[in-house]
Ligand binder design. Structure first.
Ligand SMILES: O=C1C[C@@](O)(C(=O)O)C[C@@H](O)[C@@H]1O
Length: 240
């Protein structure tokens, strides 16, 4: 059994204030995260204030794309992008054409947009279908049903809920025991009470990776790369 537990750093894509077309700060954060040994970079494009130069930004990031997840999270799923599904679909179309490691697409978008679903298939781009609940952790059966519905679009699915109790963290970790082995599931809960599940989803669960931050947390309860690495080292020394 491999004890290398993969980490994905969530990095906000922001343009530099002084040189409007560059991403110098973003690129140095990506380099810093990779130097710390993270496996995957999540580029959070919803942190951009303007999308006028998106093609140029995608050109800059192209050298990293084999390790990148491109995400544009809408406000109603905890992101910064306006809830305009048409504009978001246009941006996601560009992401799909660029073929990064994954394009993160919300279940709520892909299940309502046949042309995005068709494009994903035609372009043969890997997608991570995601779903977030910022209020609570639904019932176990509902979570299982949600995972099942999401796998229609990709074998890589992510469900992120909010833990109100420690039991919510345990509940979400239990999902790993109840799904088909061909499903690559990332499931954990946000919030202080969800930290347990963020850490354990790659240990007692089979999550292909878990998320961490470089600098400020991008979601409630998100630990830093250094914290995650230190915890993983402790597991390694015990061969867990
Ligand atoms: O879906 C997720 C997980 C996340 O929300 C977290 O809780 O760490 C962080 C997001 O950037 C990412 O897209």
């Amino acid at each position: 059994m491999s004890t290398h537990r993969k980490l994905c750093a969530s990095i906000p894509i922001t343009k530099d204030i002084d040189s409007s077309e560059d991403l110098v700060m973003t690129v140095s954060k990506i380099d810093e995260a990779l130097n710390k040994g993270v496996d995957i970079i999540e580029c959070r494009f919803d942190y951009l204030s303007s999308f006028e130069n998106l093609d140029h930004y995608l050109d800059i990031l192209s050298i990293y794309k084999a390790k990148c997840i491109y995400t544009i999270r809408p406000e109603n799923e905890g992101g910064k992008f306006s809830n305009d599904p048409k504009k978001r679909a246009d941006i996601i179309t560009k992401f799909i054409q660029r073929k990064p490691l994954f394009v993160d697409i919300e279940y709520n978008l892909i299940s309502n947009n046949d042309s995005i679903a068709d494009l994903v298939e035609n372009e043969n781009t890997q997608i991570l279908v995601s779903w977030h609940d910022f209020s609570h952790t639904p019932e176990f059966d509902h979570l299982l049903e949600q995972v099942k519905n999401m796998t229609i679009y990709s074998p890589f699915v992510k469900i992120v809920t909010t833990a109100r109790t420690i039991d919510d963290s345990i509940k979400i970790l239990m999902i790993y025991r109840s799904i088909d082995t061909h499903i690559n599931l990332i499931a954990f809960a946000m919030g202080e009470l969800g930290v347990l599940s963020r850490v354990l989803c790659t240990v007692v669960g089979d999550a292909p990776f878990t998320y961490a931050s470089i600098g400020a947390a991008l979601a409630p309860g998100q630990l830093s790369i250094d914290q995650m690495k230190s915890i993983n080292k402790l597991f390694k020394s015990k061969l867990v």
